[in-house]
Design a protein around this ligand. Structure first.
Ligand SMILES: NC(=O)c1ccc[n+]([C@@H]2O[C@H](COP(=O)([O-])OP(=O)(O)OC[C@H]3O[C@@H](n4cnc5c(N)ncnc54)[C@H](OP(=O)(O)O)[C@@H]3O)[C@@H](O)[C@H]2O)c1
Length: 278
């Protein structure tokens, strides 16, 4: 099996690289292939003729996306169409990653795979645009929505776990939001689940792959410090307070919770966190 990983140097890319180590995957990040270059995407994919392509390339700066809408839309939206068309042309399976932020987060029960997206910020809108480009331009796709990733060794943006540990190390006072909820998800578990999806030849379509259970940022922070036995002073703040204190430009879904109703459940988030931290 010939595997191509795009956005290979971020958080998720290297984890997928590890899972597929035995088949020596092709690893391309921006320097090797900028996915917004339509001609290059088609040309290089046609030359390589991969069987499976993982598109981990993304613009993930949620607040910055508000002022850089076009950049977010080009990378997270339009370029997904380029990758999808290239995969269609060579008959490759395309695994594309999207986000809990495509939902508005008004439902405390969370969101199933076939629930209607309704993004409330520019990042979410750009990710939804990518979903639509994917569906429109190829047939053999897995659209994997995930959330609140941590545990990466790559050069991607720092995770909440890294941030909490760094702040505790510096003995800073720490705030965490207690009224925004999601599914903290360990990259190692996500990468393995994605590989299992392909291995088991599951029907193409949308999947929600997250560690099971839900948490607020505050719950997550408390668990990090409990596992590491760090006596940090963690204060709960509301999302409304956070918008003011941190000058957050983007609105966040309150219940950004994904429900996995189609594939094997991943282990509980606190269990995965414990393994990562110990
Ligand atoms: N991180 C999360 O918590 C989270 C949550 C939900 C969903 N997701 C989704 O999961 C996927 C993987 O996320 P991640 O955390 O691994 O992302 P990441 O760490 O930001 O990695 C993305 C990689 O893509 C590269 N890239 C950006 N623009 C590119 C372009 N035009 N052409 C080629 N490569 C480009 C980046 O390079 P540069 O550093 O040079 O930009 C980076 O190496 C994304 O689709 C993301 O939206 C992530």
């Amino acid at each position: 099996m010939k595997v191509l990983i795009l956005g290979s140097k971020g958080n998720l890319g290297p984890e997928l690289g590890r899972v597929y180590k035995a088949v020596k995957p092709t690893l391309w990040d921006r320097e090797e292939l900028d996915i917004t270059d339509e001609a290059a995407v088609m040309e290089k994919t046609s030359q390589l003729k991969p069987d499976v392509v993982f598109n981990c390339a993304a613009y993930n700066a949620v607040d910055k996306s508000e002022e850089e809408r076009l950049v977010a839309e080009n990378i997270n939206g339009t370029a997904v169409g380029f990758v999808a068309r290239a995969c269609y042309a060579v008959g490759a399976i395309l695994v594309h990653f999207s986000s809990n932020y495509v939902f508005d987060g008004t439902n405390p029960e969370g969101y199933n795979e076939d629930d209607l997206p309704n993004p409330i910020n520019a990042y979410g809108k750009s990710k939804l645009m990518g979903e639509m480009e994917l569906v429109r331009n190829c047939e053999k796709y897995y659209l994997v929505r995930t959330a609140w990733l941590y545990g990466g060794q790559g050069t991607g943006k720092k995770s909440f776990v890294d941030l909490m540990l760094k702040k505790a190390e510096k003995d800073e006072s720490i705030n965490a939001i207690d009224d925004e909820f999601g599914n903290p998800t360990y990259l190692v578990d996500l990468a393995q689940a994605v590989a299992a999806l392909i291995e088991q030849k599951k029907p193409f379509g949308i999947y929600h792959l997250i560690n099971s259970g839900q948490a607020s940022w505050y719950d997550w922070g408390n668990e990090i410090f409990a596992v590491r036995e760090i006596a940090a002073s963690l204060a709960a703040i509301s999302a409304a307070d956070a918008d003011v204190i941190w000058k957050r430009a983007a609105k966040r879904p309150k219940y950004g919770i994904l429900n996995n109703t189609k594939f094997i459940e991943l282990r509980p988030w606190a269990e995965a966190l414990k393994e990562y931290l110990s």
